[in-house]
Design a protein around this ligand. Structure first.
Ligand SMILES: [Zn+2]
Length: 139
């Protein structure tokens, strides 16, 4: 069942509210981007996310080797503290616009809720997101 959570970057310049069902699961991936940012993500639809503060405090990042068409992905980072609260994406397969919430930035999810969140591992390094990588303990 969806529940309302609040999240923020480390310095607090960027704040958001999200409707999220943590029991529906989350993902961790071993691609270079997710690994270097240690991204623990959960997908949500646009109607479930509201940026409360800090639209102008963020920087958009697109990797130099990104396979995403220009404008189809926005890896937003806080300009001041560098924390990424969520990514905006566009994929026809997902019905258009979607967001990936960085679960580590939720402020009011309990340790118990986070610990109980199922994790699906993705072998993004090999472009096989549906496959679990051989080793996941460090993700
Ligand atoms: Zn910040």
């Amino acid at each position: 069942m969806k529940k309302t959570y609040h999240g923020s970057c480390h310095c607090g310049d960027v704040r958001y509210r999200v409707q999220l069902d943590l029991a529906a699961g989350s993902r961790r991936c071993n691609c270079r981007f997710c690994l270097k940012t240690h991204f623990w993500k959960a997908f949500v639809m646009p109607a479930d996310l509201e940026l409360l503060q800090g639209a102008d405090r963020r920087t958009d990042y697109r990797g130099p080797e990104s396979q995403w068409p220009e404008g189809h992905v926005h890896h937003w980072f806080c300009r001041r503290c560098g924390v990424r609260c969520f990514t905006d994406g566009f994929l026809v397969e997902f019905g258009g616009d979607f967001h990936c919430i960085n679960l580590c930035t939720l402020d009011d999810a309990s340790d118990e809720e986070l610990a109980a969140t199922p994790i699906q591992y993705e072998d993004g390094r090999c472009d096989a997101q549906e496959r679990r990588p051989a080793i996941t303990s460090f993700l």
